[in-house]
Design a protein around this ligand. Sequence first.
Ligand code: PEP
Length: 235
Amino acid sequence: MILAANFKTNHTRKSTAAYLEALELFLDASPAGCDIRVYPPLSALLRADLYSHTKIGAQNFYPAIEGAYTGEVGAAQLNEFDIKNVLIGHSERRALLKETQEFIAQKFAFAATQGWEIIYCIGEPKDVRDSGFEAVAEYLWGEFDGIDISYDKLAVAYEPIWAIGTGVSAEVQDIAKVLDMLKDKLKDTPLLYGGSVNADNLSSIISLKSCDGALIGGAALDVANFCKLIQIAQK
Ligand code: PEP
């Protein structure tokens, strides 16, 4: 089971350090028995090797070791923090930062050459969802163009775009249908759900047979809330 907290553009270096300190204390006292990952903003990255229960990951990177990529962060910079896992394909980067499938595939291939763990995000917009399951399936498979689904450090997060940050999660039976379809093809790759996960819906979502965890934004911003979600997953 993977539980991942995506901070997006929230938290500072100071508040991230306090968050991780509290999270590690909580996990010391009650080990999660699952894979806990936290993705702070790049400016708040802390040395991943200093934390024993939590994996720290990068929300973004440029697919190069280093070079002339103004404003970007490459492998040399992430290595300095011992970062070994990354998010790729988040819908906010696809929509707001205009990351194309081609560029996303480039990032994926680069991350794989670095041996990083990847949470690869896919998800359909509302109009596609409204067109029915077949349309959703076609859209989601399109987001695997250029992606090596046999990469062994891959987890896939299904995040319907209309459910992200809206407080409206997808219906559990709809999540089940999509995750079952993905599992059929992706076999042993862990599958996460993301999109307005909270303490009320986490249990029913992670109980689904094809669900191996959750990628959580808003409900994980407060460390006490994230610990509560971990406690729910422990049950
Ligand atoms: C996300 O950031 O990937 C996400 C799912 O956010 P939220 O939980 O706030 O919907």
